[in-house]
Design a protein around this ligand. Sequence first.
Ligand code: PMP
Length: 417
Amino acid sequence: MNFMNYRQFFPLLSRTVNGKPLVYLDNAATAQKPQAVIDTVNELHAALNGNIHRGVHYMAEQCTMRYEAARESVRKLLNAEKTHEAIFTAGTTAGINLVAFSFGEKYVKAGDEIVVTEMEHHSNIVPWQLLCERKGATLKVLPFDNEGNLRMDLLPSLLNEKTKIVAVTQVSNVLGTVNPVEKIIKIAHAKNIPVLVDGAQGAQHGGIDVQKTGCDFYVFSGHKMYGPTGVGVLYAKEKFLEEMPPYQGGGDMVKTVSFAKTTYADLPYKFEAGTANYIGAIGLGSAIEFLNNGQKTEEESYSLCSCSPLSALQAHEHALLQRATQELQAIDGLKIYGNAAQKSSLISFTIDGIHHLDVAQILDKLGIAVRTGTLCAEPVMQHFGLTGMVRASFAFYNTLEEVDKLVEGVKKVKAMM
Ligand code: PMP
C-alpha cells in the first residue's frame, strides 16, 4: 500500500510553515482532517443546517437522520451492543467529567476509593479529584515503572470493597504505552469494579471492542481521529446509563417538564442536554467512514480502501515509530521516555542541556510541528523529575522521509545549541 496516496486527502498537509514544507508531527494533540470531513461540515453549514430532534422541516429531519446515522457508525466502531449506549459529548474531557459527576452521584460516598494510574492525562485525574473532594472519597494511584509499564503486580492490592471505579488510559499520551486494558478489566470485574478507559489516544490507533473487552465506559475525542473539534463520544453500558442521574439539564434531555415534576428522556438523550454539536457529530461519522472505506477520488474509485485499512494503517505507524526510535536514540544526549513493548506511534524525549521549548521552537523554524511542555501529564513529568519533554507523534499519513527530517532537525538543534 502506498501511504503517499493518503496525503492527497488531507489538504493541510501540503502547506508550508516558515517557508518549509510542513512536517506535522503533533497528531496526538490533534489530527488533520481529510477532505471528506471538511466537505461534510461545509455542506451542512452551507446547505443543510437545521436543529435536530425538534423541527419537522426538511433540513431538521435530514440533520437528525444523519446525526443518528453517525451514532450508529460509532456503535459499529466500538462494537457496542446498543446504539443508545453511545452518547455524543464535546470530547474526552467532557465524557470523563460526565461519568465522574453522574456515576459519582449515584455510587460514590465518603470513604470510597477511585483508582487511576500515574500515567493519566490531567483529564483523567482532575474530574476524579473533584469527585473525591465532593464526596469525601480517596484517589488511589497505580504507578508505572521506568520503562513506562503499569505496575500490574500492584493492581490487586489497590482494589477492595471500597473501590468504586478504575479509570485508565488505553494509550499514554506521553509514554506511548499501550496498556493491557483487557487484563485490567478482568481483574477489576473479578471484584465487581467497573472500568473507564480513556481512549483519546487509542480510538484512532485500533480502538476497542467494548463487548469483547467488557469495557464499562469508553471515551474519545473526534478531533484526534480525523474528525472535527468539539465533539466526542462516551460509550457506557446501558445498565449504568439507566441508573446514573442526568449530568446537565436543559432541552432535549427531558420527556415532560412541569414545576411539579420533570421526567427525563430515554437514552441516549438523557445525557445530551441542549443543542448537540450535530454538525461535529456528523463530521465524526464521516471521519469513521473515511477510516473504514477511504475516500472517493474524482474517478469515483475508492483509493484508500483495502480489506482491513485500520490494521494496515497501524502497521505503517509502527514502521514510523521504529525508524524514529532507532534514529533518535542514536543521538548523543537524547533520552526517550517510554520503552514499553506495546507502544503507540509517539516518542517523547529530552536532550541533555537543551530546554525542551528551544528544541520545539527551532524545529518549528524548520517547518516541523511537535508538542512540548508537560503534555498535560504533570505526574509523568514528576516521575522523571522533569519540567517538560518534546513529543513527536505520528499518524498514518506521515512518511519515513518526514521521520528523517525530524532526526536531521534534532541534529541541527544540537549543533546550534
Ligand atoms: N486523555 C488523553 C490520553 C489525551 O491525550 C487527551 C488529549 N491530549 C485527553 C484525554 C483530553 O482530550 P480532549 O482535550 O480532546 O478532551
